[in-house]
Unconditional design. Structure first.
Ligand code: ATP
Ligand code: MG
Length: 156
């Protein structure tokens, strides 16, 4: 069953606004006209929810957290960008960030197991997708997730 990614993103941002909206500002943007995709809704919620939760956890009060969706019908790829204005990730930690139990050197008092991103990455790759990030310490972090809009066509 195809899902509407625009509606899906709107809803997850709404959900985060209700729970965390007094501390952070959540924004959703999208310019794509068609956003239908064949995806496991629960798994997508898990993936984006995890990345958004990290954005919340590693951002100071008042930080803006933006989810941007782009669906490219030519390449058949949906791109999700999650941008925050948080603590950022030190360059020295980049190469180990997707390893189990690894947490960057600047996480200080926040709690975590260092497993969220490991499971997120595995889930994305199981769908023939990719995850990457860019970051600047003290400025913010952007995670980019690419997923095929239709894995059935993709696999043929
Ligand atoms: P948990 O397993 O509970 O999710 P965690 O948040 O520490 O614990 P991951 O979600 O796997 O683990 O993230 C790994 C590390 O990547 C974090 O400990 C943190 O150092 C860094 N990180 C992830 N997202 C961000 C972000 N948005 N801003 C800054 N650092 C981040
Ligand atoms: Mg986490």
């Amino acid at each position: 069953v195809p899902i509407n990614l625009y509606k899906f993103c709107q809803e997850i941002i709404e959900e985060f606004t209700i729970v965390e909206g007094s501390i952070h500002e959540f924004v959703f943007t999208c310019e794509s006209q068609t956003t239908d995709a064949v995806m496991d809704e629960r798994l997508l919620h898990y993936i984006l929810g995890n990345i958004l939760s990290n954005a919340v956890k590693y951002s100071p009060e008042g930080g803006r957290i933006q989810l941007h969706l782009q669906c490219d019908s030519l390449t058949g790829i949906a791109t999700f960008e999650i941008q925050d204005q948080g603590i950022g990730i030190p360059e020295i930690d980049y190469s180990k960030l997707f390893e189990s139990f690894y947490r960057a050197s600047n996480v200080k008092l926040t709690q975590g197991n260092g497993l969220g991103l490991v499971i997120v990455k595995k889930s994305i790759e199981a769908h023939n997708g990719q995850i990457s990030f860019t970051s600047q310490v003290g400025v913010g972090t952007k995670f980019t997730v690419n997923l095929p809009l239709n894995p059935i066509i993709f696999n043929e």
